[in-house]
Design a protein around this ligand. Structure first.
Ligand SMILES: Nc1ncnc2c1ncn2[C@@H]1O[C@H](COP(=O)(O)OP(=O)(O)OP(=O)(O)O)[C@@H](O)[C@H]1O
Length: 252
């Protein structure tokens, strides 16, 4: 297992948000973290990445305890794409290059530039590479953040709603890219998602968060209308459309 979350508890001043979470993620797996607003999805990602310190439990990446890692080691193992990113005034190229920081010595090497160029091409950002971030749309910025996460060459990618600002074409392209990179390098991706249909299409497994715990963790084919009703309070049908499962809310 590439990621192992054990007995994790985390909360804020008002109390615990997540209690005793246990789950594992395998090499080459995309795990969709699902659940209603406020269920603790972002909190979980931030806890895995040690931006937040759990009050109890452990997070192991390739059997190494994240709580005991130096920040540089965390950055080499975990990349995090936040829902909203505040970055200073810099070009897209420089923002992506920042992802190489955990590997940079005294100067940027030819290899660093090659990796950055490849990620910029992979995300289709060539035309925007020298544009300043404050002159970009939300979707373009989201792609820059994903490119930065790729050049970090992590073991586990943590992505908070990675397609929330993207149009349909870009949603599919970005998720295909993430899937390709995860398979090619045998990484893992943990993604929070609100769009259940995208989760059905791109996640291999899903983890439903409800009332501070795991309501269900399993293969995407295990997802049932009853689970969706229990977690979101919405009646749905799950249909098979040309080999793809799709969730359709019922008219009531
Ligand atoms: N910095 C904070 N301080 C105090 N409470 C917080 C903080 N961040 C989040 N919370 C609370 O913790 C709970 C979980 O929040 P979190 O952002 O993890 O949920 P989420 O599932 O990602 O939500 P959403 O789907 O709306 O993005 C919510 O009740 C939220 O109000």
């Amino acid at each position: 297992m590439i990621l192992n979350v054990q007995d994790l508890c985390i909360g804020y001043d008002q109390g615990l948000v997540l209690k005793n979470l246990d789950f594992r993620v395998a090499h080459g797996e995309i795990l969709g973290i699902l659940g209603p607003n406020g269920a603790g999805k972002t909190t979980l990602l931030r806890c895995i990445n040690r931006i937040l310190k759990p009050s109890q439990g452990r997070v192991l990446v390739k059997d190494r305890d994240v709580l005991r890692m130096r920040s540089e080691e965390i950055a080499r193992n975990l990349s995090y794409v936040a829902q909203k990113t505040e970055m200073g005034r810099m070009t897209a190229f420089d923002a992506v290059l920042l992802g190489r920081r955990p590997y940079l010595g005294w100067k940027v090497t030819h290899n660093d530039l090659r990796i950055v160029d490849a990620a910029i091409k992979r995300l289709g950002l060539e035309e925007l590479a020298l544009r300043h971030l404050d002159q970009m749309s939300g979707g373009e910025l989201q792609k820059v953040c994903i490119a930065r996460a790729l050049v970090q060459e992590p073991t586990v990618m943590l992505l908070d709603e990675p397609t929330s600002s993207l149009d349909l074409k870009n949603q599919l392209e970005i998720l295909r890219t993430i899937d390709f990179v995860v398979q090619e390098h045998e990484l893992a991706a943990v993604m929070t998602m609100h769009d259940l249909n995208l989760a059905l299409r791109f996640a291999h497994k899903f983890l439903f968060l409800k009332d501070g715990g795991i309501y269900h963790h399993g293969g995407i084919e295990e997802l049932t209308p009853e689970m969706v009703k229990a977690v979101y309070g919405v009646e749905v049908d799950i249909l098979n459309h040309q080999g793809n499962l799709v969730i359709v809310p019922k008219n009531n």
